[in-house]
Design a protein. Structure first.
Length: 305
């Protein structure tokens, strides 16, 4: 008899806590604005590439479900944004794609590292949403080792290290955490994270560590947490740390609040100077990676002339 009142109290507490976090980062998350900017940049790059290749048609217009919001128009390329848990939802993006007269859609995840809990969930919703429409579809589900993505990370990390002006610094890759049970069931998320770090390490000379952030709930999560990793680094005498939000390609509460506020405050108390590597957001090399993947997939599907 106490379940519903207790659930209500917990939800109210979490809502107030979340609102407090957002107030500290400007009142709202910038992720939709950033994602739309990524969409615009990708659409522009794809149209330029199509024009350079002299292509006249991409099955009328092809798509990636991580992108835009324009009125119907005839063009070689059109990109839409579809989100799993916020507007515009994936199902709304699919409906808009259909009403715009598009009959072929390529879904591109903005999670570089595949997990059933993230990309898997988004693609399930995408496929469910497609069932009522006669639309041909395909998807790109991971790209953790794409060369342009790796180069973008390397550039941001090197800028972070350079900000210490010659002082020695170590790199802490901070990935979004995941329940251990999911990984133990065969989820490739950790392998993908390690794959990204391995590719970065080939191009840089750095001391690196891996931690996990943003866990919630009583289940066992991946370790070490970013908080514990910072404490361990402090005990070893490390004084300069570049935190790299390895599994995030856009600024959100995880970067702007957790890293920039919570972890930086903890670092100061530990005698560590913490600098966060810039999020990729609309980094030209990130857009180039997305463009490259989309064009190759379209050719593979024979959706281009």
């Amino acid at each position: 008899m106490f379940q519903k009142p207790l659930a209500w109290l917990i939800s109210m507490f979490r809502a107030k806590k979340t609102l407090g976090m957002y107030r500290l980062i400007g009142g709202r998350s910038p992720i939709l604005e950033i994602t739309r900017a990524q969409a615009d940049s990708l659409e522009k790059a794809l149209r330029q590439e199509s024009a350079l290749n002299g292509q006249k048609s991409l099955d009328e217009e092809f798509e990636s479900v991580h992108t835009m919001h324009e009125p119907p128009q005839r063009s070689l390329v059109k990109v839409y944004v579809g989100m799993r848990y916020w507007n515009p939802f994936i199902e709304d993006a699919v409906r808009k794609i259909y009403t715009d007269g598009i009959r072929a859609v390529l879904a591109v995840t903005l999670y570089p590292h595949y997990s059933l809990a993230t990309t898997g969930s988004a693609l399930r919703k995408f496929n469910e949403s497609l069932r009522q429409y006669p639309i041909e579809a395909s998807s790109i589900s991971s790209w953790y080792n794409h060369p342009y993505y790796i180069d973008a990370l390397v550039e941001c990390i090197q800028r972070g290290i350079a900000s210490f002006q010659g002082e020695e610094a170590e790199v802490l890759f901070s990935a979004h955490s995941l329940p251990v049970s999911i990984v133990e069931s065969g989820d490739p998320y950790v392998d993908h994270i390690m794959g990204t770090i391995g590719e970065v390490a080939k191009k840089t000379d750095l001391r690196w560590h891996l931690s996990y952030q943003s866990k919630s709930g009583p289940v066992k999560w991946l370790e070490p947490s970013t908080e514990d990793a910072l404490r361990q680094l402090a005990k070893r005498g490390v004084r300069n740390v570049v935190v790299v939000p390895i599994s995030f390609v856009s600024d959100h509460i995880e970067t702007l609040y957790e890293i920039d506020i919570l972890y930086k405050k903890l670092a100061v108390s530990l005698g560590i100077r913490l600098i966060r590597a810039e999020s990729l957001n609309t980094h030209p090399l990130l857009i180039k990676a997305l463009e490259d993947m989309v064009m190759k997939k379209l050719k593979e599907l024979a959706w281009t002339e």
